[in-house]
Design a protein around this ligand. Structure first.
Ligand code: AMP
Length: 300
């Protein structure tokens, strides 16, 4: 595995890759790698191109007072994992190498998809994500980019950006990898203390309860979300931030559950902020525009 720290170094290496007729598979990460990241790498390795993984803790997507300074970092451990996973190139640039736009510089502002959920709770976060992804996509020029379903709003933002701005690449979305108790794997899980780690499992349990409620035929988003809320409220150490049924493409709120709707959640577990989501599968597709008896009007 080549470990490359500079933009010119990476472009030269990938120029040689393309010269051999190979494509480029790209997995962007912020490091502190876990099995979720490895699943993206496995998906990338199943394709014919050279696999490039970037590790860059992007200061541009952390707001003031957020956990940029305490975000877990483990360069040596990460590089070992990447080499063992059969990655071709690890791109590990410094902040100076990436040169995020300063005040007054050019940034990428996502559209309405960034106005709710993460966008509302973390002002500037999704703009920071879109801007750094633009820079990384221009540096790596990948054929395919691998993203995790766990960060569903990030996926929606990047999908729309790629379509709106004509990036010549394909997005591949991979399912969320979970711990045995259902907790979605996340670099931030390393920061949970033992009590927080036990409490964090309630997020996945809550989402499953909601999913089952929808599967039993409940189409009201309030009722489906309510099933999750019942698990979360009063759970010691867990502070709910949002719990919403949204359209997976636009993140518009949905008052009624339909096939593909997402239930998205964010909560603080002690000092650690976690997000997760589940796809809702209603018992049968609701009839077009005609609310089920007793379930109220679809206002979405
Ligand atoms: P991060 O390092 O947290 O920025 O994540 C890098 C990529 O890995 C993103 O596309 C994430 O959505 C994805 N990812 C993070 N956690 C998981 C997980 N548990 N399962 C699958 N993909 C994940």
């Amino acid at each position: 595995m080549q470990v490359i720290e500079t933009v010119p170094g990476l472009r030269a290496a990938l120029g040689r890759v393309r010269g051999r007729g190979m494509g480029v598979e790209f997995v962007p990460t912020m490091g502190a790698l876990h099995a979720g990241h490895l699943s993206l790498i496995d998906a990338a390795r199943s394709r014919a191109g050279a696999v490039v993984v970037s590790i860059f803790v992007n200061p541009g997507q952390f707001g003031p007072g957020e956990d940029f300074a305490s975000y877990p970092r483990d360069r040596a451990g990460d590089l070992k994992m990447l080499a063992a996973a059969g990655v071709d190139v690890a791109f590990v640039p410094s902040d100076a190498e990436i040169q995020l736009p300063g005040a007054g510089g050019t940034t990428v502002r996502p559209g309405a998809v960034s106005g709710v959920c993460e966008g509302a709770w973390r002002p500037g976060h999704l703009e920071g994500v879109a801007t750094v992804c633009t820079k990384l996509f221009n540096i790596v020029a990948p054929d395919r980019v691998y993203l995790g379903e766990k960060d569903a709003q990030q996926v929606a933002v990047i999908r729309q950006m790629v379509a709106d701005l004509n990036f010549p690449l394909e997005i591949v979305v991979c399912p969320t990898v979970r711990e045995e108790d259902g907790l979605a794997m996340s670099s931030r899980n390393r920061r949970l203390d033992p009590a927080g780690r036990r409490a964090a499992a309630v997020l996945a349990a809550a989402l499953q309860a909601a999913r089952q409620t929808a599967e039993r035929g409940e189409y009201s988003s309030a009722a489906v979300a309510g099933a999750a809320r019942a698990h979360l409220e009063g759970c010691p150490g867990v502070q709910l931030q949002y719990l919403e049924v949204v359209d997976p493409g636009t993140f518009a709120r949905r008052d009624r559950v339909s096939a593909g709707s997402l239930l998205v959640v964010a909560a603080l577990v002690g000092p650690v902020r976690l997000i997760d989501n589940v796809q809702l599968v209603p018992a049968a597709a609701p009839s077009l525009g005609v609310p089920a008896a007793g379930k109220g009007k679809d206002e979405s």
